[in-house]
Ligand binder design. Sequence first.
Ligand code: PAF
Length: 286
Amino acid sequence: MYTARDIASLRVRRREWAAAGLKVGLVPTMGFFHEGHLALMRRARELCGRVVVSLFVNPIQFGPGEDLASYPRDLDRDRELAAAAGADLLFVPSEEEMYPAGPPSTRVVPGEMASALCGRFRPGHFDGVCTVVAKLFNMVQPDVAVFGRKDFQQLAIIRRMVRDLDFPVEIIAHPTVREPDGLAMSSRNSYLSPDEREQAVCLVEGMRLAKRLYNEGERSCGRLRQEVSSLISGYPLARIEYVELVDSRSLAPVERADDHTLLALAVRVGSTRLIDNTILADRDLP
Ligand code: PAF
């Protein structure tokens, strides 16, 4: 696996692959790889002749007081894991390489969908995500890009950006990869103390409860939200940021649940912010 730190050498490889007629997949990441990232890389590997993994902790998607400085990093370990998962090129740009003129004054600002869910609590976050993903698409020019469904809102916003701005890239969604007890894998899980780690199952327990109630015929989103919230509130280290039921296509709030309804959660366990989601009708939880 080749490691590129600058856009020029990335482009040299990209041109060689284009000349050889190879399909190129991109997996954008912020590093500190876990099984969830590796599953995205393996999926890209199945679909494409060449796989680029980008690793960049993107400062412009972090708000003041968020975990930019403490975001976990381990490049040597990440390099080994990415190579074993089938990546051909690890793109690790510095902040100066990505934003040579400082924070970019031209940004991709997503519409309505970005003001729901996490957007309410992380103003500007999705502008930062869309801007860096658009830059990565321009740099790598992938045929395919693979994103995890754990960041459902991010995935929906990026799909919309691709449609709105005509990026010639196919977006592939990969199911959330979970620990044996159901906790969604996340680089931020490394912040959890042993007690917090035990209580972090409150998100998946809330989702299991909502699915059971939905399968038993409950359709009132108010009632579902209330049941999930009261289950999570029973975990002393958990503090709910939001428990929302939205239409999975538009992310607009819904009153009556149906097979398109997405339950999305953000919960702080100790000081770690965890998110998760599920479509109520799907049988996707262990
Ligand atoms: O999901 C992430 O890790 C980041 O938001 C992404 C897509 C790599 C953009 O920085």
